[in-house]
Design a binder for this molecule. Structure first.
Ligand code: LFR
Length: 516
């Protein structure tokens, strides 16, 4: 095939980026063209404060980055968008109804009970195979029903789908991210109509599903103009009409109706569906060299698990709180979210607020590595650590409640956090192997956490297995690769395995062996 360039918009919980990826059969390189902060905003809403994503600012920043991308690469073939999961905007008549809530907002506490009055936790898991997290979309929608917002809406779009809609005018639900809602059947990869009925969610609220690798649509003419991109001649290449009232794509009938391949050259710039759940894109870019691997996508959260061909839905899996999320190419991400470096970043934020002085993370990590006295470990996945606020105080309280010594200094807290994460990684990897019947020889850590040498070494020590760390930008790489394959830059039928082999040769990981 011929080489080419695509753009990835990757929105993380603390920062976003636009990256250009140049891809050919033996070539893969990424270059960042824009990085911007993602700072949530607290808004007063009479009954208290709500925590929201500043989504319009994120969209504006993405547009500015894409404009740079188009200027630097006039031959740009396509754009793909990914972000964190579960959050969404409600729409009416194609217009966003309110500012999307942040998953760390606490409005779902009553909603979890409300949902479980309609369907037990066991039955919900049996149908969706999804790990219980209090912020899953299913619970957020129940909160919207209780507030009356849901009754106002005629559509809902997950965050990357919302950005894609603003770029193209086409509303769809990309399937890997849809699998985090708690409304999707993981075996058929279709919305669970019975479940929607049980929960009182109108099926028309949810847009048609789209699989990664398919064209979402061409840029809206106004958007193309704003980006300085060539305008598509003759309107929508994919021939999609708009459904009445919703302003969402109609008549897609799933991925089949969309056709594959971007074929964008000379026809303007397209938005291509990628693994729009950041974790799904990250898993595409694991630099695999042994097929007996587990992965940890380590950042704000840590997603720890294995890739499977079929979901594994069992009572044991539910008890261990494992999820069966949708991967690219019909794969299943059998994993568990065990919290992540949020524990540290929120602690640092607390200390910085208290002292008024900035903390140097490199220094703090060196101090934590030098702690020799034993520190207490805690359950990183405890729900009390989800909300923003004083993290060291909550960690200390967790320890004291169990008669354990609380860490005292920032270095001790940091050591305790990293050990607790490594301990959770080790337990979860054993469970993943056991529950799925997989054997695991090496552990890949990708994402921001792969740059934390102490965390990687502790993980090797705790698991007794080789850890291969990197790439740090796995999510953007996975986003780029799925687009590049759709455009034919790596062979339109390249397997995930060959995409991963390409990552392994171009982004060689750093190796950590267990210390005995
Ligand atoms: C990681 C992630 C996780 C999801 C969490 C909340 O960035 O997407 O997979 O559980 O964010 O959406």
């Amino acid at each position: 095939g011929e080489r080419g360039v695509v753009a990835a918009v990757d929105l993380g919980a603390t920062s976003g980026r636009v990256m250009l990826g140049r891809v050919g059969p033996n070539e893969l390189s990424l270059r960042s063209v824009a990085r911007f902060a993602n700072e949530p905003v607290r808004l007063y809403e009479a009954s208290g404060f709500g925590l929201h994503w500043n989504i319009v600012e994120l969209y504006r920043s993405a547009l500015a980055g894409l404009r740079t991308a188009v200027r630097e690469e006039p031959e740009l073939a396509s754009i793909g968008v990914d972000s964190w999961a579960v959050d969404y905007a409600l729409l009416r008549g194609g217009r966003m109804l309110g500012v999307p809530y942040h998953y760390r907002d606490d409005r779902t506490s009553a909603a979890v009970a409300d949902v479980h009055e309609r369907i037990s936790a066991e039955e919900l898991y049996r149908r969706t195979g999804l790990q219980h997290l209090p912020f899953n979309t299913v619970f957020q929608l129940a909160a919207d029903r209780a507030s009356g917002d849901l009754a106002l809406a005629d559509g809902a779009l997950l965050i990357p789908d919302l950005i894609g809609y603003w770029l193209t005018g086409v509303g769809a639900a990309e399937i890997t991210n849809a699998s985090t809602t708690g409304l999707l059947n993981p075996s058929t990869r279709a919305w669970d109509a019975e479940l929607l009925h049980l929960l009182g969610i109108a099926p028309a609220l949810l847009p048609p599903l789209i699989e990664p690798g398919n064209v979402l649509g061409g840029l809206l003419p106004d958007v193309a103009e704003a980006l300085g991109a060539p305008r598509r001649n003759g309107g929508r290449a994919s021939g999609l009409g708009l459904a009445g009232g919703l302003g969402l794509a109609g008549g897609l009938g799933g991925a089949g109706g969309l056709g594959g391949g971007t074929g964008s050259r000379g026809r303007g710039l397209s938005v291509v569906a990628v693994g729009s759940h950041d974790t799904a894109s990250a898993v595409v870019a694991v630099p695999v060299t042994s097929d007996e691997f587990a992965y940890i996508s380590s950042g704000t959260w840590s997603l720890v698990g294995v890739e499977l061909e079929q979901p594994v839905i069992s009572e044991a899996g539910r008890a261990a709180n494992f999820t069966n999320e949708g991967g690219v190419d019909g794969r299943v991400r059998f994993l568990k979210n065990v919290s992540g470096l949020w524990l540290l970043s929120e602690s640092v934020r607390t200390w910085e607020r208290e002292s008024g002085a900035a903390i140097d993370l490199t220094v703090l990590l060196a101090q934590a590595a030098a702690v020799t006295a034993p520190v207490s470990e805690f359950d990183a996945a405890d729900e009390r650590f989800i909300a923003p606020g004083d993290m060291p105080a909550r960690i200390a309280a967790w320890c004291v409640e169990r008669g354990l010594a609380a860490p005292q200094t920032p270095a001790e807290f940091t050591r305790s956090i990293l050990q607790s994460l490594a301990a959770a990684y080790a337990t979860t990897i054993e469970q993943a192997a056991e529950l799925s019947g997989s054997s695991i020889r090496v552990i890949h850590i990708v994402g921001g956490g792969s740059q934390n040498g102490l965390l990687c070494q502790l993980t090797a020590d705790r698991t007794g297995r080789t850890v291969l760390a990197g790439p740090v930008e796995a999510t953007a790489i996975g986003n780029v690769l799925v687009q590049a394959r759709a455009a034919g830059f790596v062979g339109a039928d390249a397997s995930l395995e060959s995409l991963r082999a390409l990552v392994a040769t171009t982004f060689a990981p750093v190796r950590y062996e267990p210390r005995r």
